[in-house]
Design a protein around this ligand. Sequence first.
Ligand code: G3I
Length: 304
Amino acid sequence: ATTLGASAAQSGRYFGTAVAAYKLSDSVYSTILDREFNMVTPENEMKWDATEPSQNSFNYNSADQIVNHAQSHNQRIRGHALAWHQQQPGWVSGLSGTALRNAMLNHVTQVATHYKGKIYSWDVVNEAFADGSSGARRDSNLQRTGNDWIEAAFRAARAADPGAKLCYNDYNTDGVNAKSTAVYNMVQDFKARGVPIDCVGFQSHINPQSPVTSDYQANLQRFADLGVDVQITELDIEGSGTAQANTYATVVNACLAVARCNGITVWGIRDSDSWRSSGTPLLFDNSGNKKAAYTSTLNALNAV
Ligand code: G3I
């Protein structure tokens, strides 16, 4: 097939991108979006600060723009993110303990209910584990409400939208390491105790400090073997030319080799759309031209 989405669909997978609502009116952007991608993740519009700017007062304008666009272009939606220690609205910083726990659960319930039936998968909890070798939870205001906050969030999301797949999403968990093993142990425990979790997202922000390791595929596989789907959720790869193209192919091939790796999302369309202030980590250049990394990705998807 000749587009990323159609090529991924040949093996039952999707190919997605992060989308910013304010860019939908840019015709270069939206032309590529609607031609190439069949899954979208709102880059910021569904986060807590965007959707609940004051307590129990919800604003879905920007997120609804993306959802409406996606629905009219046969794109599914990955909701991002219901509970996260970053991009919280200011009022949350005044809360702790039971009040914060209840505010978080209300947020999860309200947002998941608003989008009930429209979301393929939710990043229910994002980035809750510490970096480095501790294998510990990340210290955060949410973590300080009690270690069970993650499962409470998943149960609330399931109750609000039983049809959505519920994912845990994190970075620097792309290889076998202390952080990914801590996530693995949580998922194993959730499955054993019947906490509703369907999928794990591996962000895969690749750069010289966090390269693709040789156990990338094995790490995806060990999570899949727990009985969850796995997805590459925020892929971008620093670099250029053939080296970058080869690394994209390596990541795509790792997903394709894991039966339960059912989708790949890149974190933006053109290099100029990237959250990274410098660099050229995406598949299209600033003018919207296909890069070598695009071609290697497309060819990998078509090789299965
Ligand atoms: O909301 C303000 C807006 O009012 C103001 O006009 C504008 C001016 O620059 O700034 C806006 O906020 C920015 C927001 O993006 C929306 O554009 C923030 O300053 C900026 O920090 C924020 O960055 C986002 C970042 O998450 C925040 O943590 C990036 O766009 C987004 O790509 C990035 O995405 C995260 C994932 O959610 C989770 N995993 C890591 C990934 C990369 O950091």
